[in-house]
Structure formats: structure tokens, C-alpha cells
Ligand binder design. Structure first.
Ligand code: GTP
Ligand code: MG
Length: 148
């Protein structure tokens, strides 16, 4: 079992898509083990997107991401990182398949409503960055109906 960091970006929150995005992860069978609504600082976001520092869109990305509250979450389950990314769709919503979150709810790469960790290593880093207090451990009654 695996953990991934999923974040609903400021446009996803403002557009009222929080419930729909959470519902997709719940319905797929993933377990929510941490969640909070936060207004991130630019410093924190520069840390989160450190790998992209130097890209021409970096300043705009930080401004966009700091423009309002985000929903920070950790989801756990089989293949959570790769399948989580597939559920979000491609970086550019126009290249995201219909049925994916970006493919169903947005159009512009700079307003793509959600974030997902791109590897197990970045998931670990991002979970520590956004949840230094740690995640919540609990047993889900559904587990034996979702995993064999
Ligand atoms: P995240 O889940 O947000 O990390 O997206 P990603 O992993 O699919 O893409 P990446 O990490 O390469 O880029 C991070 C974010 O920067 C993207 O989600 C976009 O919001 C933004 N971004 C990436 N490429 C471009 C670009 O070419 N133009 C603009 N305007 N924004 C971009
Ligand atoms: Mg990324």
C-alpha cells in the first residue's frame, strides 16, 4: 500500500469542486488519512515546487497557488501515486482524457485545479512538507471489501 499527496488548488476550491474531487478518491477505494484547508505562503509553495524554479511560468505558478486557500490531503491505497496521477489526468487539461478530473473540470494548464505527487519519493517529501504534524492512523471498515 502507498500514500500520495493530493491538493485541490485555489481555482478548484473557488469553483466549488472540493466535494467532487474528494468523492472520486473515496469512490475508487482510497482512504483519506490527512486533510486540511490552508492558505499557503509563497515561501511554502516555492518549497513545494522547488523542482520547477527557473521555469518561465514559475512566478505565475506561485502567484496562482498563493491566490487563495488550498485543500491539502493524503490518500492511501494500492498504487496511490500512479493511479492518483491517472485520476487527475495530464498536466495540460486539453490532453487529459475525459473521465479524469482535469479532463472533466478544467481547460488551462495554469488553472488545472489539482495537484498529485509524481513519484513515491516526492509523495514522502510533500507529505512531510504539508503535514509536519503527521497523518491519522485508523482502520477502515471497508478494507476487506476493497482489497483481497
Ligand atoms: P502538479 O500536480 O501541479 O505538480 O502538476 P504536474 O506534475 O502535472 O506538472 P508539473 O509539476 O510539471 O507542473 C506544476 C504545475 O505548474 C502544473 O500543474 C501547472 O499548473 C503549472 N505548469 C506546468 N507547466 C506549465 C506551463 O507550460 N505553463 C503554465 N502556465 N503553467 C504550467
Ligand atoms: Mg508536478
Amino acid at each position: 500500500t502507498e500514500r500520495t499527496y493530493i491538493m485541490i488548488k485555489p481555482d478548484g476550491v473557488q469553483r466549488g469542486l472540493v466535494g467532487k474531487i474528494i468523492q472520486r478518491f473515496e469512490e475508487r477505494g482510497y482512504k483519506l488519512i490527512a486533510m486540511k484547508l490552508v492558505q499557503p505562503t509563497e515561501q511554502h509553495l516555492e518549497n513545494h515546487y522547488a523542482d520547477l524554479k527557473g521555469k518561465p511560468f514559475f512566478p505565475g505558478l506561485i502567484k496562482y497557488m498563493a491566490s487563495g486557500p488550498v485543500v491539502a490531503m493524503v490518500w492511501q491505497g494500492l498504487d496511490a501515486v500512479k493511479t492518483g496521477r491517472a485520476m487527475l489526468g495530464a498536466t495540460n487539461p486539453l490532453q487529459s482524457p475525459v473521465g479524469s478530473i482535469r479532463g472533466d473540470f478544467c481547460l488551462a494548464v495554469g488553472r488545472n485545479i489539482c495537484h498529485g505527487s509524481d513519484s513515491v519519493e516526492s509523495a514522502e517529501k510533500e507529505i512531510k512538507l504539508w503535514f509536519p504534524e503527521g497523518v491519522v492512523q485508523y482502520t477502515s471498515a471497508l478494507e476487506s471489501w476493497i482489497f483481497e
